[in-house]
Structure formats: structure tokens, C-alpha cells
Design a protein around this ligand. Structure first.
Ligand SMILES: [Zn+2]
Length: 412
């Protein structure tokens, strides 16, 4: 007998994974339609569904009248999205958000803690673990109700080993996040770069279904991107792929937090924009802003920055001063130029942009105008905004755990 190395169980789990994925994509379906779509016999699908119903992973969901033969009804099955819950943690420079969601990303608990950089990373992560346990306890959730903890950090991440290599603006050294947290909470932990995790969420819940090759660009406090090739995240050497925030735009430019000089981030990140506005801030240079902030420079925050931007119709992009408009328009043009260059090299099926800067419609529109100016093919059809933006604080972490521990066959 030839030993194939493929066990019957793994074939079965592969088929289960396919059923779950097709239900996630299409919503509730009859067993017969599932069978047709994945090319298994209805009997096989019924057997697999029974298994998964017993495990509470899927459930029956009412009946649907068949259109052709009135009277005959078919029962639909759907994913039990409350099968288990997911803890999603998003570590950012100022705050860390902790969210508990179901498998679809519906929120049960949402809270924030301050990202403490004044103490050792290990101590901060232990505090974080305490807070997670407290939140679960308050919702009366046991560890057995939790599928896993998905953690997102900025910068370079070694996902396989759960190590943050360089979380720009938070830690300058490697931090073994998974090891530290798994000691505190006996639950699987997956660590990923925040933009890559968001890309994974798009592929699972969002518009990622519209193509196999996608470029994601985030513009917010920092600038980041992720590249999906043939439905897989492209890692690059040393997990260094797609760092467009560190694309050099100026020789001998400003010092960047990555250690280089003249990176895109040093000119267009929200932090950089605030710094540049503060530099020119005065009664003479920025009279409108000066009056609005009563002469207090500290009121120029990145939270407020996008609130000033709206299409004024007078050639300015902000209701603030012309000088500020010039800084913002300059940054949007820079961002568009880099994006166009990236798309020129990669030629993806589509590009998805997100982050607080792109959430502002005037900024997004002007960005597209510049992209189209550089290449008429780069319109809002090719470069679209993410529909998951309002879930940015947690959907990445949720997707990391849901795809690995629910939809992937090896863990079924
Ligand atoms: Zn840099």
C-alpha cells in the first residue's frame, strides 16, 4: 500500500474549512447548495455539517422556500459566530485598545489602556494581561470561551516567533510579546504588524474578495502598507516588505524613527504634519489658526488636524490659513506620488487605503486627483477606501485569530 501522508482526518478538516469559508463569504446556505459549490456529494456535506453542528460551530437557520418548486423547503445552515470569542489587542504609540469580539467581529467589550513606555515592556505586557483577564471576568467569560488573542503592533514583526522586532515609536528593542503573554494567559497568541493584520481582515471580512493581488496603504499617525500576492501576505526578507513609510523622498532629510533620514513618514505622518504646523505657527503666519487656538500651540493635535480639512472651494483644503493648506496639500501630493510609484511596480488588482487621513473625504478625493493626474488609470475605482475603517481598532486582531483558529483546517 502506498503511504500518502494525507490522513483521512486532514481531508475531512480541509472539507470542513471549505464549508466554513463558503458560508463566511455567502452567508446562510442550504447543504445542497454548499455541496454544489464545493463539489462534494450532499451526503458528505450533511455528514460534515452534523459534525460541526455537534461542535456548535455551525447552526441551522430557519427555512427558505425554493423558488422553482413552491412548497418544498430547504433548511439553511450558517456559521455560529458566537461559537467562541476573540481578544483583539492593538498596541499603538499612545494607547492600547483591548476589544473582545465574536468571530464576525461584533464587539462585546471595548476598553483602552495607556501604552506605558516608561516601564520595561515585560511589565507593561503583564499589566495588559491583568486588564484582559479583568475584562473577561467582568463579562463572565472563561478562557475556554476564548479562541485566542490577536495582537497588532506597528513596525517590523516576526509573526512565526511572536516577536516585535522594532515597534517604531514604542520600543527600540525586540520584545517577545507572545512568550510573555502566553505565560500570563493560557490561550493562543498571534502577533502581527497592524497593517498586515488589517489586510488579513480585509481578505476575510471585506473587499479583499475582489482580487488576488492587493496593495494596502495606511495613512494615519504613521504610514504603512501591506502587499497581498495570490491571496497571501508578502513578507519579504526579514519581514521587511512594504514599509512605504520609510521610502526615502529627500536626501539628507529629517531623521526618521527607523534610524534613516528623509523617509516619507518624516514629511507626511500626522505627527510630522503637526510638527511642521507648530514650526510656522504665529500671529502673522497662521492668523486664523492662531485665533482659533487662542495662541496655544499645544492645541495643534493630530486628532484635530483632519477636523480642519474640508473642501473650501477656494483652492484651499482647510478652513485654516493658506500656509497650512500648502503644507497639507504638499503632503497629499507626496503621498500620492509614492503610492503611484508603488502601484507602477506592483500593478495590483486593487488598492485599499485606510487610516484617519484617508477617512477624511476631502483628503481622499484630492489624493485620488493627484494619482489620476500622474496616471489616468489610477482612479477611485482602482484605489478605494476600506469599509472596515470604523473597526480599525480591533478587526485586524480578530481576523488573525479567526482565520487561523476557526477557518483554517489544521486547527479544526
Ligand atoms: Zn524611516
Amino acid at each position: 500500500m502506498v503511504k500518502t501522508g494525507i490522513s483521512l482526518d486532514s481531508v475531512k478538516n480541509n472539507n470542513k474549512s471549505q464549508i466554513l469559508k463558503i458560508l463566511q463569504k455567502n452567508g446562510a446556505m442550504s447543504r445542497k447548495d454548499i455541496a454544489n459549490q464545493i463539489g462534494l456529494t450532499p451526503a458528505a456535506v450533511t455528514m460534515l455539517c452534523n459534525d460541526m453542528m455537534e461542535a456548535h460551530m455551525i447552526l441551522e437557520k430557519g427555512e427558505m422556500k425554493e423558488q422553482k418548486r413552491a412548497g418544498r423547503k430547504k433548511v439553511l445552515v450558517d456559521i455560529n459566530y458566537d461559537f467562541k470569542y476573540i481578544v483583539s489587542v492593538n498596541i499603538e504609540a499612545v494607547d492600547t485598545s483591548i476589544t473582545v469580539t465574536n468571530i464576525r467581529g461584533n464587539v462585546l467589550v471595548e476598553t483602552k489602556v495607556h501604552t506605558r513606555t516608561d516601564i520595561e515592556p515585560q511589565l507593561f505586557l503583564e499589566e495588559l494581561a491583568k486588564e484582559i483577564k479583568l475584562q473577561l471576568w467582568e463579562k463572565e467569560l472563561k478562557l475556554s470561551d476564548i479562541l485566542g488573542i490577536g495582537i497588532c503592533v506597528p513596525g517590523i514583526v516576526d509573526r512565526n516567533n511572536g516577536i516585535s522586532i522594532h515597534a517604531y515609536g514604542i520600543w527600540n528593542n525586540q520584545v517577545k510579546i507572545r512568550e510573555i503573554l502566553e505565560k500570563q494567559i493560557q490561550c493562543p497568541v498571534i502577533l502581527e504588524n497592524n497593517v498586515k493584520a488589517f489586510a488579513e481582515a480585509e481578505m476575510l471580512y471585506g473587499v479583499g474578495k475582489y482580487g488576488n493581488n492587493i496593495v494596502f496603504i495606511k495613512w494615519g499617525p504613521g504610514v504603512g502598507s501591506a502587499i497581498v500576492v495570490d491571496n497571501k501576505l508578502y513578507e519579504g526578507n526579514q519581514h521587511n516588505a512594504a514599509e512605504i513609510g520609510h521610502y526615502i523622498i529627500e536626501p539628507d532629510g529629517l531623521k526618521c524613527r527607523c534610524g534613516r533620514q528623509g523617509c516619507l513618514e518624516t514629511r507626511v505622518s500626522m505627527f510630522a504634519l503637526c510638527d511642521r504646523i507648530k514650526e510656522i505657527y504665529s500671529k502673522e503666519n497662521t492668523p486664523v489658526l492662531y485665533e482659533e487656538t487662542a495662541g496655544d500651540k499645544n492645541l495643534i493635535t493630530r486628532e484635530l488636524l483632519t477636523s480642519w480639512v474640508e473642501n473650501e472651494g477656494n483652492g484651499y483644503i482647510t478652513r485654516m490659513d493658506k500656509t497650512i493648506s500648502e503644507i497639507l496639500v504638499g503632503a497629499i501630493e507626496r503621498m500620492a506620488r509614492v503610492a503611484v510609484n508603488v502601484l507602477t511596480i506592483l500593478a495590483p488588482d486593487c488598492t485599499i487605503v485606510f487610516g484617519s487621513m484617508f477617512e477624511n473625504t476631502s483628503i481622499y478625493k484630492l489624493f485620488i486627483q493627484y494619482c489620476t493626474k500622474y496616471d489616468e488609470n489610477y482612479t477611485d475605482k482602482l484605489i478605494s477606501r476600506s469599509h472596515l475603517s470604523d473597526k480599525m481598532a480591533y478587526i485586524g486582531g480578530t481576523a488573525l485569530i479567526a482565520s487561523t483558529y476557526f477557518f483554517e483546517s489544521k486547527n479544526l
